[in-house]
Write a protein that binds this ligand. Sequence first.
Ligand code: SF4
Length: 451
Amino acid sequence: MALTGIQILKMLPKKNCGECGIPTCLAFAMKVAAGQTEIGECPYVSDEVKETIGEASAPPIRTIKLGAGEGAFTAGGETCLFRHEKRFENPTGIGVLVTTDMAAADVEGRINRFNTLCYERVGVMLKADLIAVKDTKGDEGAFTALVKKVLDGAAKASLVLISDKPELLAAGAKACGDRKPLLYGATAATAEAMAKLGKETGCAIGVKGANLDDCVAVSEQLVAAGLKDLVIDTGARTVKGAFEDNVVARRSAVRKKFKPLGFPTITFPCEITDDPLMEAMVASVLIAKYAGMVILSDLQGDTLFPLLLERLNIFTDPQRPMVVTEDIYPINGPNENSPVLITCNFSLTYFIVSGEIEGSKVPSWLLIKDTEGLSVLTAWAAGKFGADMIAQFMKKAEIEGKVKHRELIIPGYLASMKGELEEELPGWTITIGPREAGHLPSFLKEWKPAA
Ligand code: SF4
């Protein structure tokens, strides 16, 4: 049963020292109770208390960590069914499959695409996370050679090792060293050996159920043997079945606190269809509905990019707007004669506006005013982008020390603010910029400081 903030507070040392990054023990306890931070962040609690609180405040879907360093990947940690109830915690891992019976060029192509298909969007780097290495021959030498090839070729990948034979998984885990892989998949027949392997290596174990009931039975067996870090596959290999099982597993864990299904799921769109477009569709359904990991047969930009964007949207915290820091941003090496523009700190606005300015190649100063993540018009309507606030910010930012002219370009949607701003900023000329960021390059190329 989950502990309340007050129950947690009673077990804290109450030093109010702030070393956990939160000013008071009470605020820290509330955050632990809400699953927003971990009890281990307080350096003063005993191991015993850590265990008591950690278990009681653990999320219904266990947090599983794979890999290390740049390639570290976290799955699970989820606490709700719907994003608007709170937020989704750890984005679905997107992975690509390589097998021991694949031609070397096919494996290398997949590794190469894993490394190169990266996209920057609103300041976030989007890319695949996992490479699943599958044994199809029962040949230990071929399997470990493939594992090493992936380890050497993809430094930023977390690995999923797939084999029916625990001894091959043991050899693969040994080759991985600190980059702890997921070892998949334990069945009723191999559960005992896989439990032993999990304890020896410290790696998370993947449960390979024949169906949902079988998955529960194997999961219970592994938990009874002392394993904590599991990833579950219910065995469904149709989109309907995988969708239903993911929903049942999440509901059972979150609503009923049903422990055997309280783990992230691994799903295999690559085994559901041979059609690459259908595979991407299946993956998109499973990303939207609770998959901890989706394994694809290949990575291609035209299908990977939309999946990464879908994932970004679903796993963005709806209660926290994406913002950039209030500041003066120099773009294209501006000087004292360069134009000065202002906009809000909603990150999408910032990246679109700064991208257009950058593309124009016109050296410019971009002022970003803190509007609490609201877009231009919404911020203005909410009283967070008024003339007095802009004037105050410009003084604080000391833009007057950076340019000789006194001309400020405001977003076209704020044209009605011109007069008010001129009153607030005596000596400054207010120029109304374009309404759409896409028109900024031609606007800036023609811009000259007002005489
Ligand atoms: S580090 Fe521990 S003692 Fe200090 S404020 Fe945080 S919870 Fe309280």
